[in-house]
Design a protein around this ligand. Structure first.
Ligand SMILES: [Fe+2]
Ligand SMILES: [Fe+2]
Length: 325
């Protein structure tokens, strides 16, 4: 299969086309055994946001070449964040300790074998470098994004956070290339060749996996977070202006056009969904739903669910039989 995967493609084809997709589905919480199901059905059953899933698989398939601007519009940031956290957990708790175990088995790492011992030391330093980097993202970058998702204006900015660890991706890439070279060039002959090859192949896979992980963070994820940050900063400055001249502001924006997301919120209100249910369905936070509802009220001068339902019917946002009366 070439080009881009679509929601109607079979899930099993995805995996048989490219073994790397196995890692991706696991990080989205999807288990094997999906029979003849499509990507769409499997994602729905596992509560996975389809556009976000497709964005990540297509990003991987095309080795990090994606039309980012086209994609970021549809991505669910909470879901992408969860995907990155699951990837970190995989690297730190599974992949890196696993390679270490294999290296110890394959190479004589005792103090009598200095090259073996130093290889393990180099590996440990590399693993620490990766773990430290991922910890920083878990403890600083991701909480920053969660604040934005809660529509709070954070004390720092993505740019500031980026300054603190901007060189890490390149440095991790260099370290793993060096690790491979050390093993390939200087590994002592006294170990088990097959075990060493196995460890080395895991290192190759990790290199490729980590490269794509970092690239996804540098492009797709960063673009989404930048967009979110712009929205929150703009919203916060709008709210300040609104409190200064509330009445005037409301009158001035009556003719603002509704965005597609706002129309979607109205149609869900008309279907009788609560704010919490709308948030779950649209993969956004309850706060975001409330912001949309505030903006809708301001633009339409209609606040009640009944009023919004009438608006939805008249403007064809819902069918009459879908309406909760
Ligand atoms: Fe990361
Ligand atoms: Fe990273």
């Amino acid at each position: 299969m070439s080009g881009r995967y679509k929601a109607t493609d079979q899930m099993s084809e995805l995996i048989s086309d490219d073994y790397r997709m196995l890692q991706i589905i696991t990080r989205f919480g999807i288990k094997l055994g999906f029979g003849e199901q499509t990507i769409e059905t499997t994602c729905r059953q596992n509560h996975v946001h389809i556009p976000t899933f497709l964005a990540v698989v297509n990003f991987t398939k095309n080795a990090g070449h994606t039309h980012i601007n086209e994609t970021t519009e549809q991505i669910s940031v909470p879901q992408l964040l969860q995907y990155l956290q699951n990837s970190h957990q995989f690297f730190v708790e599974f992949r890196l300790p696993n390679i270490r175990r294999k290296l110890i088995e394959a190479v004589n790492c005792s103090s009598h074998n200095q090259v073996g011992m130093l290889t393990l030391k180099f590996y440990d330093e590399y693993a620490q470098e990766v773990s430290r980097h991922m910890e920083f993202e878990n403890n600083h970058v991701h909480p920053f994004v969660n604040e934005l998702l809660a529509h709070k204006l954070p004390h720092t900015s993505l740019e500031e956070l980026g300054k603190e660890h901007s060189g890490n991706h390149a440095s991790m890439e260099k370290s793993i290339v060096e690790l491979k070279n050390i093993i390939i060039k200087y590994s002592p002959n006294e170990g088990n060749d097959q075990l060493l090859n196995d460890a080395l192949m895991d290192i190759y896979m990790t290199e490729e996996d980590l490269l794509l992980h970092c690239k996804l963070e540098d492009t797709l994820f960063t673009e989404c977070v930048r967009k979110l940050e712009r929205e929150v900063r703009m919203q916060s400055s709008n709210e300040t202006e609104a409190t200064e001249s509330d009445e005037e502001e409301q009158g001035g924006n009556v003719h603002d056009e509704l965005s597609e997301r706002e129309k979607e919120v109205i149609s869900q209100v008309a279907r009788g969904l609560s704010n919490k249910e709308i948030a779950e369905k649209m993969f956004i936070s309850v706060n975001t739903v409330m912001t949309h509802r505030r903006n809708i009220s301001r633009k339409l001068n209609v606040r009640s669910a009944a009023g919004l339902t009438i608006y939805a019917i008249v403007n064809g946002l819902v069918k009459l039989e879908e309406v909760e009366l």
